[in-house]
Design a protein around this ligand. Sequence first.
Ligand code: PRP
Length: 216
Amino acid sequence: MQKDRYLTFALGKGRLAKQTLELFGKIGVTCEEMQDKNTRKLIFVNEELKFKFFLAKGPDVPTYVEYGAADIGVVGKDTILEEGRNIYEVLDLGFGKCRMCVCGPESAKELLEHRELIRVATKYPRIAKDYFYNKKHQTVEMIKLNGSIELAPIVGLSEVIVDIVETGSTLRENGLGVLEEVCPLSARMVVNQVSIKMEHERIAKLIADLRAVLAQ
Ligand code: PRP
């Protein structure tokens, strides 16, 4: 371990970062600089603890961690699965809980049961492909979208979607429902494969402290 080396954290922008900093606060890992809402700064430092933090788009967090530009990342399990980067997932942080599901109108249930060749719209083609091809052994046509996925079955672009369901209200308000569950999701801590060895002591302590708080 190099004593004066900074440990760098990449946090997924938005609600996840806010919840991460709240959790880190409970174990004494704080960053005053980050509280300033008007700042245009990109990197925030805690000189005392020798920690650096930066915010990144969720899907970029595993990239920063794989290349070692960040030692540690916090990001949703959906992003980890979709990006397929070489990183270690070390801890389930317990917040941001939701589910990856196959959703659609009630009428699509039958098409799934009979393993018909259907169209699947999704922001998560890797997760959807793995589910349909490897788990269900169903050949489907994948259509990649970038948001408002629920539109696809409504306007006739696809029969079903693979998307995140949290409260289920987006589905309900659009006459759709969960047809199958792919996997549960939540925020996870990920670590660079070299950092976990080189910075083992500091990272192990961080994980142990977080575990203790999460168990309360
Ligand atoms: C996500 C997801 C669903 C919705 C689920 O979309 O893609 O659309 O939230 O939440 P609910 O079950 O609580 O209704 P997001 O708001 O991230 O925007 P997007 O549609 O642009 O992906």
